[in-house]
Design a protein around this ligand. Structure first.
Ligand code: GLC
Length: 433
């Protein structure tokens, strides 16, 4: 009997190598990639697909109950004549961002890359016939910026994404295939993405929450994660499930909230020791939305980046490219202005971790070894109290021109005496500990 159990276990672990993933220990390349990811601090998210033509965000198919056969006809008209990967990457690099996360396949089920496993893809189903993911990945590698792949677990098009979750009921599918073939399909596509596009910085999953009303549902994530780590050990696995991380994940993702905050309603989960990333939109929508021109100001965007860094997290800031393949001009302008700020201040962002002084209403601190950067974002006074009790401040200077900043330190903490009430987007003081 014992023998039988043992052999069953053995068979199971061969069929599902990922059983071991339960006790997931990242390999050294992965640990190094996590560190680099944290050092990089800033990425740009791109939501681009055939939904961009409807100009009403990436959820249009679900929101408007569009029939999957009718929706698929969009592909026949997809010809983003101005798409130029080199221009996208250059504009994004100019912002100081160090990675791009691109929607290889969103919930609508359309693949933005060439795939052997479905013809419903950008090369086989559109007159454009170009592998957008390939062009983008090649260009990222050429220009020295990392590429991450967003991949949806949900599919509103295929009938084997079944049982249905809480979305996509109105897309007209009447027959239902089997989850088994869908799961295999995803793993085949993930294999393509991790084999044909060079080094991939991360796979960014989304849609787990779709099945939260089917409590018995098993996404079979450990096996999928193990497969990814086997194909590219340094590839980070993240899942936008709005939960504390599951075994096999390398980063923790927050949507529209900084770690520990929950203003948007999707967060509030415990903050794990994994590298953290918060994603947010530059206007109000992920995919292109023609009626949404409400772009955040450069100041607000810089504040997000700085606050994320102060909370020990990366910022993944989203842009929805236009139907013609261009990034909206206003987003390019924002990228440029962020880049101008980064040219001066990036030392206080890249390679830092959240500082010893926790985030406060006035701002945050970031830290790199003995340098503590005090980012004052909002202060009405000419003085600032920092509750630093266990470390001695050796020196305080303005970050930009290194002019000395007066300060006093006693048992309760440090008081910085500023030359003026701060009005800069981010008034940075550099402390030597
Ligand atoms: C949500 C949405 C999705 C978007 C993602 C980005 O999960 O479903 O459309 O891609 O957030 O964070």
């Amino acid at each position: 009997m014992k023998k039988r159990v043992l052999s069953l276990l053995l068979t199971a672990s061969l069929a599902f190598p990922a059983l071991a993933q339960k006790e997931y220990v990242p390999v050294p390349e992965n640990v190094q990639a996590r560190k680099e990811f944290q050092d990089n601090k800033f990425g740009i998210f791109l939501h681009y697909g055939i939904y961009s033509m409807l100009a009403d965000g990436e959820w249009a198919m679900h929101n408007k109950n569009l029939n999957y056969k009718e929706y698929a006809k969009l592909a026949g008209g997809f010809y983003p004549s101005k798409f130029n990967a080199a221009e996208w990457v250059a504009a994004i690099k100019a912002s100081g961002a160090k990675y791009i996360c691109f929607t290889t396949r969103h919930h609508d089920g359309f693949s933005m890359f060439d795939s052997k496993y479905t013809d419903y893809n950008v090369v086989k189903a559109t007159p454009f016939k170009r592998d957008i993911v390939k062009e983008l990945a090649d260009e990222c590698h050429k220009q020295g910026i990392k590429i991450h792949f967003y991949y949806s677990h949900i599919d509103w098009y295929r009938n084997d994404y079944y049982p249905l979750g809480r979305t996509g009921h109105g897309t007209g599918r009447t027959t239902h295939g089997e989850w088994k073939t869908y799961y295999q399909f995803m793993n085949n596509q993930l294999t393509e993405l991790l084999t044909n596009y060079g080094p991939v910085g991360a796979i960014w999953f989304d849609g787990w929450w779709d099945q939260d009303q089917n409590p018995g549902f098993d996404w079979q994530l450990p096996e999928q994660y193990a497969m990814i780590h086997k194909l590219q050990p340094a590839c980070l696995v993240g899942n936008n499930h709005h939960q504390t991380p599951f075994p096999g994940e390398d980063i923790q993702i927050f949507e529209r909230d900084l770690p520990g905050e929950n203003n948007a309603g999707l967060s509030g989960q415990e903050v794990s020791p994994l590298p953290l990333e918060t994603c947010e939109t530059m206007n109000g929508m992920w995919g292109y939305k023609i009626t949404d021109q409400d772009y955040k100001s450069t100041k607000t965007l810089i504040h997000y980046l700085v606050k994320a860094a102060g909370m020990n997290a990366n910022l993944l800031m989203n842009i929805g490219p236009q139907p013609n393949g261009e990034l909206p001009a206003i987003s390019v302008e924002r990228l440029k202005e962020m880049g101008e700020w980064m040219k001066i201040y990036s030392e206080t962002i890249y390679g830092t971790r959240g500082g010893i002084v926790p985030p406060h209403d006035w701002g945050v601190t970031t830290q790199k070894s003995n340098k503590l950067y005090v980012h004052i974002l909002n202060l009405q006074d000419k003085g600032l109290f920092l509750p630093i009790t266990d470390q001695k401040i050796k020196k305080a200077v303005m970050f930009t021109d290194k002019t000395p900043v007066k300060f006093t330190q006693d048992k309760q903490g440090v008081v910085l005496k500023l030359a003026e009430v701060p009005t800069d987007i981010d008034y940075v003081i550099e402390l030597d500990l």
